[in-house]
Ligand binder design. Structure first.
Ligand SMILES: [Mn+2]
Length: 204
């Protein structure tokens, strides 16, 4: 079966003492999303990811946010990564590489994605103190990198995200997610000129 005729969808459910998650994706969607993580700013970021990567995404997550949003946010990132890996299947016919440069007013973020099968994250450029800022009063800036780690490591992606400018933490975080989304959109796209798996090794 070729990738162009296979359904690139996945549903992953994960239950731990810290969170309960049910997530569905369609890599060949139109960016329709229905997301309730109980962490409002994270819903905002995941909605942007879906919209700008043309991935249909449904997420229902409940977790111990009375302690901190950390577990719920990280665990949704893990499950999203697992779902991406599952939906990509054997990776036949994909473009493999994608890159994007996305502004949000004064913020500017660059992302590069390689659907390599080799988990790696290089993440630089957030301004000093960004990691300590509570965006929306509940979402710690440090979680932006943590989510990219969770996605990259569980999906088997090489991801480079560079913040090139920005002052407002909301703008910076959103620009990072949109840049990642646009880069992922290009990388997962099916390229009609690619036959088989785009690797000299024959596997990704
Ligand atoms: Mn953690």
């Amino acid at each position: 079966m070729t990738a162009s005729s296979a359904s690139r969808t996945a549903r992953v459910q994960r239950e731990t003492s810290e969170s309960s998650i049910d997530l569905s994706i369609d890599l060949d969607g139109t960016g329709v999303s229905d997301i309730e993580t109980s962490v409002p700013f994270y819903d905002h970021l995941l909605t942007a990811f879906a919209k700008h990567s043309l991935t249909d995404l449904t997420v229902r997550a409940r977790g111990d946010i009375e302690i901190d949003v950390h577990h719920t946010v990280e665990d949704v990132g893990i499950v999203l990564g697992q779902a991406i890996k599952q939906a990509l299947g054997d990776k036949r016919g994909i473009s493999r590489y994608g890159d994007a440069l996305v502004p949000l007013d004064e913020a500017l973020a660059q992302a590069v994605v390689d659907i390599s099968g080799r988990p790696f994250l290089v993440h630089t450029g957030e301004p000093a103190g960004f990691e300590f800022h509570l965006i929306g009063g509940h979402f710690t800036g440090s979680m932006v990198r943590h989510v990219f780690e969770a996605i990259a490591f569980n999906a088997g992606l090489t991801v480079h995200v560079t913040v090139l400018g920005g002052r407002d933490p909301h703008h910076i975080a959103e620009a990072e997610f949109k840049a990642f989304a646009r880069a992922f959109r290009l990388a997962k796209a099916l390229d009609p000129l690619v036959s088989g798996v785009p690797s000299t090794k024959g596997a990704l």
